[in-house]
Structures are given as C-alpha cells and as structure tokens.
Design a protein around this ligand. Structure first.
Ligand SMILES: Nc1ncnc2c1ncn2[C@@H]1O[C@H](COP(=O)(O)OP(=O)(O)OP(=O)(O)O)[C@@H](O)[C@H]1O
Ligand SMILES: [Mg+2]
Length: 433
C-alpha cells in the first residue's frame, strides 16, 4: 500500500466534455459519406475539478442529477479519460459504478465471479478462497441462483453479487456509485458494516449517493458537485446541510426562493418553531438541527407552531412550514398563501397549524418554517430542518414511503360483506352447478 501521507486519489484540474450532436433527419448514407459531421454542442460535464482523497478515508460525492458525479467516478476508474487534467490512483482499485457492469449476461453467477476476479487481478486460487464468502455475502437468493445465467437475475440480485465481489476482493480503493439506494435495508446495513471494516483496515472508499443522511453519517469528507464544478468540500454534515439548504424551498408553490442575502436585518424574524410544544427558541444565528426530539404517533393530531417578531408593520406576509425527511426530501410544505393571509403583522405573534392527522410513516423528520413576501416569491426569513421529530407507527403494515394512508382493510380478504366465498352455510353458498 502507498504511504499514508500520499492521497489514494488525486484529481488534478480535471475537465471532461461530451459532445451532443444536433444532426436532424440525416440519412445514414449522408452521415457516412459526407465529410461534414454535423453541428454539435459541447457540454463540459466536469469543469476544472481538483481534489485529494486521503488514503484510508471514506469519501462522499453528492450533487443533483446530472452534476457529473458518475462521470468523475468513471474518470477515477479509468472507464473515461478526462479531456484536461489528470487523475492519479495509488493502490488496487475496484469499482462498482454501473448496474451489472463487467458481468457477462450469458455466463452463470459462478463464472462471472471468476471472470470479475480475474479482471481485478486475482489468481484462480485466490478467488477459490473467497468464493464462498462472496456468494454468502450476496445473500440466499443469489446463492441459490449461482449456477443460473446472470441474465435471469433481478436488478437487486445483480447489485448484490456485483457489490459482494467488489468488497470481497480486498481492494485498496473502492469506488461505489448509488448502490446503497438499491437492495433491501438488511443488505444496506451489511454494506455499511463492510464499508466500515474496509475503512478501518485502511482502505479508501469513495461513495456517490443521494442518500444524504447515510453519506453524512458514514463519510469522513464530502464533496458537492454542482454542474460539473466543485461547490463545497469538507465536513460531511456541513456540506450536506449547505446542499440541502440550497435545495430547500425550491420552486414549490408558496415556498419562495432563497432568502435575500442583501437584506441584513429581515423585517420579520422567526423566533421559535415547535411541534406539540417541543421545539426551540431561535436567534438569527441558529442554523443547525436541534437535539430536541418530539415523538408523535402516525395518524395522531399535532399542533405546529411558529413565533415571529417584526420591527415595523409588514404587509401580507406568507407563513409556511416545511417537513423534511432526514434525507432532505420535502414531505409537506403547507402555507397561508391562499387561505389565511393576514393584512399585516406588527410586533410579535404566533402562527399555528392544527393538523388533524399527521399522515407520515414511521421515521425521523424535521420541521422548519419560512416567512415569505406577499406573493410568496421571496423568503424574508427561513429556518429549515430545525426541530427534529420521530413518528412512531401504529400500523406495522405501513412503514415504507413517506405518506401513511392509515386506511382500513376490508373486502373478501377479511371475510367482509359482498364476498360470500367460504363464509359458512347459507343459501347459494354451495358449489355452483
Ligand atoms: N456518454 C455520455 N455522452 C453524452 N453526455 C453524457 C454522457 N454521460 C453523461 N453525460 C452527461 O453528463 C452530465 C453528467 O452526467 P453524470 O452521469 O456524471 O451525472 P450524475 O451526477 O452522476 O447524475 P445522477 O445523480 O443522475 O446519477 C449529464 O448532463 C449527462 O447527460
Ligand atoms: Mg450518476
């Protein structure tokens, strides 16, 4: 392995462009025989990116769709060549970048394990030694199908086997793209555990993911790519928080744009945010998620409340609340835009939202608030993701997704009305003639 002081990966002023051809209605013949190659648009997908990934660290790459994360990872794995700049990798690299990349569909799972191992530079004997571990890590479904052609695998099985190979060949540098989002929770948990084992044994792990809370929890450093440029690099929670703040209150109705930085002292300030009395007073420097945890049951009624203060009268402000999942998905964004507009506010006051039934599935969420101008266009003050709360489930049959419908099952399943099948004696209950 390389000296610890030497970065595992050095990305040095890397730019990458793709060409998007604008040719329309061109026949095959003219495309082949005319020298003209048509017009194209150059799209710089990576723009002067430089970063060092320290040896032994777990490093996260985040950013919105199309920001260049996969492209950067592919450059690191030498699947793509940068148009400018260079990338140096120290150590044996294994990459899990695309679903089933490197698998041969006609070959069996077993043959693909050997094929992949060979590509990664392992001798047959070394793969023999690891084979059982690879298959058992991939799980029962895969191990039962290990002699079936890979093309018959589900996408989850592809990922499990691919991941299992990638982490069990003992790479010094492991690149992973988006795998955590696939597979069930149990598999994800095992993957995290394996990442931790790898990183505590000095291996370098680079992860691209949209699972922001996971990235924040497991990485030593995070880089945020925005339209091919590095936006922030550093402390995982801080980078994830700035990323989320940028996304928050996007273009949703009543949500408004970013708070105007030019306004040093807003006309209206949010002074506290609470959920059923649990919450926190705020001052203008409060930007971090609080420790206070409110506990509610799915389907329960709750009262959300924000306090405000003004220095002078402010005409027709819009009050909005925001509930986010810990991953940053906006789950609810109620506002007073259409229903409860005050003519003006002055001094201090509170705004409350009575929610008759909190329709969220069990999990952790955050509550925040914003005060917007009259049109709901611009945020005058916003404090997002500041009160943390946990929702506990009443119905164990409803735990996934975001919304809990809290419905009641009926129909023939439960021997309810209208079915008649197998529901005891009665006229017409016997077999049809
Ligand atoms: N082979 C290609 N040819 C042309 N354009 C490409 C190619 N691969 C990627 N792009 C473009 O490059 C940009 C960045 O793509 P990339 O796959 O790196 O994004 P990403 O950050 O991984 O996004 P996501 O979160 O959706 O996975 C996109 O605009 C995409 O359309
Ligand atoms: Mg991608």
């Amino acid at each position: 392995m390389s000296a610890p002081s030497e970065p595992a990966i050095t990305v040095d002023h890397v730019s990458k462009r793709f060409r998007r051809y604008m040719v329309k209605n061109q026949s095959v013949k003219s495309a082949l025989f005319k020298r003209s190659r048509g017009t194209y648009e150059e799209n710089w997908v990576l723009d002067d990116v430089s970063l060092d990934i320290p040896t032994g660290s777990t490093y996260g790459l985040i950013g919105s769709n199309g920001s260049g994360k996969s492209t950067l990872l592919k450059c690191m794995a030498r699947i793509l060549k940068p148009d400018k700049g260079s990338i140096t990798v120290n150590g044996r690299l294994s990459a899990l970048i695309e679903l089933g990349a490197g698998f041969h569909p006609e070959l069996s799972g077993r043959e693909n394990v050997y094929l992949n191992g060979a590509v990664l530079g392992l001798k047959r004997r070394e793969i023999d030694q690891r084979f059982d571990e690879i298959v058992s890590f991939a799980g029962r479904q895969v191990s039962e199908a290990i002699d079936q052609p890979i093309k018959t695998y589900s996408s989850g099985m592809y990922v499990r086997l691919g991941f299992s190979i990638a982490v069990n060949v003992e790479p010094e540098v492991l690149l992973v793209d988006e795998v955590l989002a696939v597979g069930d929770e149990e598999f994800q948990r095992r993957c995290h555990q394996r990442f931790e084992e790898l990183s505590s044994s000095g291996r370098t792990v680079v992860i691209v993911s949209h699972a922001l809370s996971t990235v924040a929890a497991m990485c030593d450093q995070v880089a945020w790519l925005e339209r091919g440029k590095l936006s922030h690099v550093g402390n995982p929670q801080q980078v994830v928080d700035s990323y989320l703040t940028r996304l928050d209150f996007g273009n949703a109705a009543g949500a408004g744009g970013p708070a105007s930085p030019a306004r040093a002292l807003p006309d209206v300030r949010i002074t506290d945010i609470t959920l059923d009395g649990v919450g926190r007073p705020l001052d203008h420097t409060t930007t971090e998620l609080g420790e206070q945890v409110a506990l509610v049951r799915s389907g329960q009624s709750v009262r959300l409340r924000m306090g405000y203060e003004t220095d002078q009268a402010v005409p027709t402000p819009v009050f909005a609340l925001a509930i986010h999942t810990l991953d940053g998905t906006l789950a609810a964004n109620p506002s007073t835009l259409a229903t409860a507009m005050p003519e003006k506010v002055d001094g201090t006051g509170v705004v409350e939202l009575e929610v008759p039934s909190l329709m969220l599935v069990p999990g952790a969420y955050t509550l925040g608030a914003a005060i917007l101008d009259a049109g709901g266009e611009h945020a005058i003050d916003k404090k997002l993701r500041l009160v943390r709360f946990e929702v506990a489930g009443a119905d164990p049959g409803e735990v996934r997704g975001i919304v809990a419908l809290n419905g009641r099952w009926g129909g023939s399943l439960l021997g309810g009305s209208g079915s008649g099948s197998g529901s005891g004696p009665g006229p017409g209950a016997g077999p049809a003639r």
